[in-house]
Design a binder for this molecule. Structure first.
Ligand SMILES: [Zn+2]
Ligand SMILES: [Zn+2]
Length: 474
């Protein structure tokens, strides 16, 4: 493979770390024809998707801590000691606004790191690789809360991630981090991610008026300009598709990817009675006598408002069953063997019973989306009705596989045309190029890979911006 040499001396190619199924790489590889020469991914099923979709890339499957020297050696050999143009890294970090430095110090003293810390620390090997390979540009994609996250650094001391970036890469790079909402970049989805961009090209570094400031509230000069008018809506993206129903019609005969999971009877009943942009928690009108109820102010009374107060018919709110007793004074639900309620009232004659009560959760769950807004964030739980904002605006179901592919801009819709439409295939290849059989179901893999990825159109907008900066200043 002959790679173009750029005026900076770098080769026009990129490297992706934490590639997932390679959805984010679609824009680079197929949109810009910038080869992603190395991809790294820990899970076999995703690595096998990378192999089948990108036969030219070298796929490193495994733990990045173990693989980082192999990766840098491979890149140096392939590029004959030149540098790559770009490194993209999307460590699957969780961010922890509540996790203070103190808790990390304590965990280190106790000789163990929390699982959160382990995952969030995955940014460190990416920094090692960037230091070693000196690309012209790097891009990190993280959850928005990452900005405030403290992790144990390479010396096992608690340190904020932004300060680690500045300390390790700040002398060579100008670095800017800002939360972008991809709905401002033509993606039909409210998806907020912390996008951190670093540049080591001198002529562009000189444009930075405040090199000490990494995090900016508004997108910086290294980020593409947002366009907050003309957002693409859910209706414009999926409104034309055949109607489905999670009880009576699970797939379309014409469009094989337009398919959904089945819902069991109770959740089906709840969603059937939920209007657009509402949560089933607010299904407060009795279907029998039409009495409407007002949601009680206290949590305890709300948990017990599952029947019509006039005719005792069940309300279509998300409910579950719990064995316990109800305090006659404060209406709290209490565990089987306790003699006093949580407010210390005597149990007296309250009898043990199976109590039908409201599911505990926020109003964002069991909620339908809105037709005339961008979709809610497509997550790995896009197939789970109980998760945040997963209901179709009108039909009794979650979004189909085809719909999440349209919303994540892997496929073209009438308003959003993409150059790579339909090219990505959910086919699995093992390391020896034979077919690989994943243990998970195909649809759950698709929902995982789509939910964790950066939308390719969002990536396109970022890359276009970097190229424009080079054109303007270099
Ligand atoms: Zn009633
Ligand atoms: Zn009580």
């Amino acid at each position: 493979m002959e790679l173009k040499t750029l005026s900076s001396g770098a080769k026009l190619c990129s490297i992706s770390l934490f590639s997932g199924g390679g959805i984010g790489d679609i824009a680079l590889e197929w949109g810009f024809k910038i080869p992603v020469i190395v991809k790294c991914e820990i899970l076999e099923e995703r690595a096998s998707l990378l192999r089948s979709n990108y036969p030219e890339s070298k796929v490193f499957q495994g733990d990045i801590w173990d693989l980082k020297s192999e990766i840098t050696n491979h890149v140096k050999t392939t590029l004959h000691k030149s540098r790559p143009w770009l490194i993209v890294s999307s460590p699957p970090c969780q961010g922890m606004s509540t996790n203070g430095a103190g808790r990390i110090l304590k965990a280190i003293e106790d000789g163990k790191r929390s699982e959160h810390d382990e995952r969030n620390r995955l940014i460190l090997p990416s920094i090692d690789i960037i230091e070693e390979l000196s690309p012209d540009w790097f891009i990190f994609e993280n959850v928005p809360t990452m900005e405030n996250t403290v992790i144990s650094n390479e010396n096992n001391l608690p340190e904020n991630i932004m300060s680690i970036l500045k300390r390790r890469l700040g002398s060579e790079y100008t670095i800017k981090a800002s939360v972008l909402n991809f709905s401002n970049y033509g993606v039909p989805q409210n998806r907020k991610r912390l996008i951190t961009i670093g540049c080591r090209i001198n002529k562009i570094k000189q444009v930075d008026s405040n090199p000490n400031q990494i995090f900016t509230k508004k997108p910086s000069f290294l980020h593409p300009l947002p366009n907050t008018s003309n957002k693409i809506t859910l209706r414009q993206t999926i409104g034309h598709l055949e109607k489905l129903d999670s009880k009576h019609k699970l797939f379309s005969l014409k469009e094989p990817l337009h398919r959904i999971p089945k819902l069991s009877d109770d959740p089906y009943w709840w969603i059937t009675n939920t209007p657009e942009n509402e949560s089933a928690f607010n299904n407060l009108t009795c279907l029998n006598c039409n009495t409407s109820h007002i949601r009680p102010e206290t949590k305890q009374l709300d948990l017990l408002l599952v029947k019509c107060t006039k005719c005792s018919e069940n309300l279509p709110r998300p409910t579950t069953y719990e064995r316990g007793w109800i305090c006659s004074i404060c209406s709290t639900i209490n565990k089987k063997y306790t003699r006093k309620c949580i407010n210390l009232h005597q149990r007296n004659k309250a009898k043990l019973e199976t109590i039908r009560r409201l599911v505990k959760g926020f109003d964002t769950s069991y909620r339908r989306m809105t037709w005339d807004l961008p979709a809610k964030t497509i997550t790995q739980n896009s197939g789970t009705y109980s998760s945040d904002g997963k209901g179709h605006p009108e039909q009794n179901r979650v979004l189909s596989i085809l719909e999440i592919l349209l919303i994540q801009t892997v496929h073209s819709s009438s308003k959003v045309k993409v150059r790579w439409n339909g090219r990505y295939k959910f086919e699995f290849l093992s390391e020896s190029n034979t077919l690989f059989n994943p243990t998970k179901s195909l649809d759950s893999i698709i929902r995982d890979v789509i939910g964790e990825s950066i939308p390719p159109l969002g990536m396109q907008k970022i890359i276009e911006h970097l190229q424009q900066l080079e054109k303007k200043h270099c």
